[in-house]
Structure formats: structure tokens, C-alpha cells
Design a protein around this ligand. Structure first.
Ligand code: SF4
Ligand code: SF4
Length: 435
């Protein structure tokens, strides 16, 4: 019965697919035929995403109609019949978006009702960012585009679906810490998996075809040494402006290693007070060394070797110190990017705060691996400077006393906004992040 109700949607998708196929865009033809597959998911966000896609499809038809009319007019050919046919197709596509307003059909898509709008927002935000990259960047950055022309569109669609699904999971405060670690680890596996394939000679898996060191410190040290910008530097800066220090807890490919190492110990210990000045000193040391090596004319081979030693030392710190302390010592003491993001990250208005319902029980302290939530911080009702907005402490508080804040926004809305942005950026990095 639902198939009959959904028939305008399916018909519109098929006509759209035929149009893209005819214009030679096989990728978008595949997306148009496979988009209706998400109708099987029965989640409420599907009832927002499909109408949104249909409206985008109607805009494509409007554009196509005017383009064809102009061509016919230029050739002195009749165009009225064409305008009527394409106008009807445009109308069918736009009106089929309305099928979800029918009560019976809306009732079918009733799973995850509360998170539907944020999930749909993450779908379209992810799609928008990746579509901009697909259109604007000359070098194909989406992996599938490097293998099949037009494949980038297929990848964008499935990444957007992934973003919608993960947003749904992350908005469940009892599950968010678990899902954050899962998706973060997935990003790291995909990132380093591509590096291994790149090292095996498959250049498509490297960002520009050239090999760089997969060490976060190189995001600043590399451009300073080579005196040129890099795609990774732009991705990094954009992410830090939007979600501040959450770069460290959602987007860093090495951070999830430190997290995994720290979880070998159940309860995190408080790190010594000297870790803060040490991390600032590491930042100064790395930037001065990169500039110094450039001015001294040191070869790329020697600089790479030094970078490699720095990275290996960092892994050693995770294995020895993070495992023993239960805190992420690599990220909070050794990595210069760690200190950079917590300072520059203040540009982003997102904050974690503890509200007045807190009874100072201190349970949340045990969920913080960034050494940002000791008893003094709890009494001050805000985490320490090393907080990366990971949000793990939020679900640990039985009294819901910890929350995201964003300017004057209600805490609940600030939390939703943060998750939509963080998940969308995570998904964009999953699609584009490589060495
Ligand atoms: S778990 Fe909640 S109530 Fe307990 S100290 Fe932390 S914020 Fe306060
Ligand atoms: S204070 Fe909370 S949000 Fe901040 S790093 Fe610690 S667990 Fe994450």
C-alpha cells in the first residue's frame, strides 16, 4: 500500500535518473535511483530528507527547462511544447515532496522522531560541504571520483546518509560517548588504511599524490618548513573556527589512539601541573624548529626523519604514560596541536558548562580523559582549559547537570547544534581526510 503512496516519489526519482544519465552524469543517475533505498529505513529524518532532495530535483528541472528554452530560441525553434512537458515534470517532482505530509505515510516513518530534524540538517550540511568541494576543487578529493568519473556524487550521498544516522545516535546522551569513540576510531582506521595503500604505490589514496608525515604537529610544522599552505591546514582551520577544540576529540586521526591507550586504565588519574607549561613549550619548540630548519636549508629527508622521530616518541608516550595514567597524555602534554586548538578554539563560542543542579558528587570526573574535570573545575562549574568539548561527561551525569552552551542559546539547542556540526565535519573529514 505504501508503494502506491510512494509512487510519485519513485517516478520522480526515475525520471531524474534518466535525465542525469542522458547528460552523461552517471554518478548522479546512480544517486537518483539509489536515494529511494533510504525509504526502507523508516526513520523520521527520511521523511525530511527525501522531500528536500525532491525540491532540489525540481530546481534542477527549472534550470534545465530554461537552458533548453534558450537553446531553442537561439536556434529559432519552437519551444512551447518542451516548456509544457518539462514544466509538468518539474511540478510532479516538487509536488511528490508532499506525499510525506499524508498522515498514514508520516506514521510509517516514526522511528527516532526527536532527532529527525538534526539528522536531516546533518544530511544536508554534509552534502552541501562535499558538493561545494566536488564543484570547486580541481583535484578530485572524493575517493570514488578518483576511480570512477562521477563516483564522487555517489560517495557524497552515502556519506550524507551516514551523517544523518550518526547524528541520531550521538543525540542520545546515554550512547553518545560510545558512538563518538566508534566513529572517531573509524576515521582513524580509514585515514591510516589509505596511507598504507598509498605507501603500497596506489597514489589515489594520498591527498595530492605526494607522501606527507601523518603526525598532527606537521599540520603547522609542515607549512612552516615548506613555506606553503596545504589542504590539511585549511581543513584544520575551518574545523577549529566552527567547533573549536573538538578538533581533538572528533577529527584528529591520532587522538583516537591516545584515547584507546588511556582506556586501558578504568579511572583516569590527575596529570601533574607541569604538563600545561610543557605543552606550551612543545608548541614553541616545534614552530621554531620548523622555521629554523627552513632557514638553515636543511634537506627534506632530514626534516622528515626528525618529524618521524617526534611522532614515534608521541606513540611511546601513549603506550607508556597514557596507559598508566588513564589520561590522554599525548594529546594534553606532547602534541603542539593540542595546545593550539584549546587556545585558538576559544574563537568558537561553544562551551561546556556545569549548571546549578550539580551536587558535586564528582562522578563525571571519571569520564574525562583530557584532564579537564577535577573537583576544583566542578566547583567552578566549568571544565579546565584542556577541555575538548568531547561531551563524554554529559552522559555520565545522572542529574543532567553538564551541558553545551552557545552564546545565549538554550542548552538543549546548543547541544543539538554542536552535534550536527561535529558529526557533519567528522563525515566530511572521513570523505576527504588523507595524507
Ligand atoms: S556528575 Fe553531575 S552532579 Fe556529579 S559532579 Fe559531575 S556535574 Fe556535578
Ligand atoms: S570536561 Fe567533558 S567535554 Fe570537556 S574534555 Fe572532559 S569529558 Fe570532554
Amino acid at each position: 500500500m505504501n508503494l502506491v503512496r510512494l509512487s510519485p516519489v519513485l517516478l520522480s526519482a526515475l525520471i531524474m535518473a534518466a535525465h542525469f544519465y542522458r547528460t552523461g552524469n552517471v554518478g548522479l543517475a546512480v544517486v537518483s535511483t539509489s536515494a529511494p533505498l533510504i525509504l526502507f529505513m523508516k526513520r523520521r529524518w527520511v521523511a525530511y530528507v527525501i522531500p528536500g532532495l525532491l525540491l532540489l530535483g525540481a530546481m534542477v528541472w527549472i534550470n534545465t527547462t530554461f537552458a533548453f528554452i534558450h537553446i531553442r530560441q537561439a536556434l529559432g525553434m519552437p519551444w512551447m511544447r518542451l516548456a509544457v512537458i518539462l514544466g509538468t515534470v518539474t511540478l510532479l517532482t516538487a509536488l511528490s515532496a508532499l506525499v510525506f505530509s499524508r498522515k498514514k505515510l508520516a506514521g510509517t516513518y516514526s522511528r527516532a522522531m526527536e532527532t529527525a530534524k538534526p539528522s536531516a540538517a546533518a544530511f544536508f550540511l554534509t552534502g552541501f560541504i562535499l558538493t561545494t568541494v566536488q564543484f570547486k576543487v580541481k583535484l578530485p578529493l572524493l575517493l570514488l571520483e578518483r576511480f570512477i568519473p562521477g563516483g564522487g556524487w555517489i560517495e557524497i550521498f552515502f556519506l550524507a546518509v551516514y551523517a544523518a544516522f550518526i547524528t541520531e545516535k550521538m543525540l542520545d546522551r546515554t550512547q553518545s560517548a560510545k558512538w563518538r569513540r566508534r566513529v572517531w576510531a573509524l576515521f582513524s582506521v580509514v585515514f591510516f588504511g589509505q596511507l598504507v595503500l598509498g605507501l603500497a604505490g596506489m597514489e589515489q589514496f594520498l591527498m595530492t599524490g605526494k607522501l606527507h608525515l601523518p603526525i598532527p604537529a606537521m599540520i603547522i610544522a609542515g607549512p612552516l618548513f615548506r613555506w606553503e599552505t596545504s589542504i590539511m591546514l585549511f581543513l584544520f582551520a575551518g574545523a577549529v573556527v566552527l567547533i573549536g577544540p573538538a578538533w581533538c576529540s572528533y577529527l584528529c586521526y591520532i587522538g583516537s589512539w591516545d584515547d584507546a591507550a588511556s582506556r586501558k586504565r578504568r579511572k583516569p588519574k590527575k596529570l601533574p601541573a607541569w604538563r600545561k607549561p610543557v605543552q606550551i613549550a612543545m608548541f614553541i619548540l616545534i614552530t621554531l624548529t620548523a622555521v629554523g630548519l627552513r632557514l638553515a636549508g636543511v634537506s627534506m629527508t632530514v626534516a622528515t626523519f626528525m618529524g618521524l622521530l617526534f611522532g614515534l616518541a608521541g606513540v611511546g608516550i601513549m603506550v607508556i604514560w597514557s596507559r598508566k595514567s588513564g589520561a590522554m597524555t599525548h594529546c594534553t602534554t606532547w602534541c603542539p596541536i593540542g595546545v593550539l586548538v584549546v587556545w585558538i578554539g576559544k574563537i568558537s563560542p561553544f562551551r561546556i558548562r556545569i549548571n546549578d543542579s550539580c551536587n558535586d558528587c564528582g562522578i563525571c570526573r571519571l569520564s574525562c580523559r583530557y584532564d579537564a574535570l577535577n573537583l576544583t573545575d566542578i566547583k567552578k562549574r566549568k571544565p579546565g582549559i584542556s577541555c575538548t568539548l568531547c561531551g563524554d561527561c554529559i552522559g555520565s551525569c545522572k542529574d543532567s547537570s553538564i551541558e553545551y552552551r552557545f552564546l545565549g542559546m538554550k542548552a538543549e539547542h546548543a547541544g543539538i547544534l554542536f552535534i550536527v556540526l561535529a558529526v557533519s565535519l567528522h563525515t566530511v573529514f572521513l570523505g576527504l581526510g588523507r595524507i
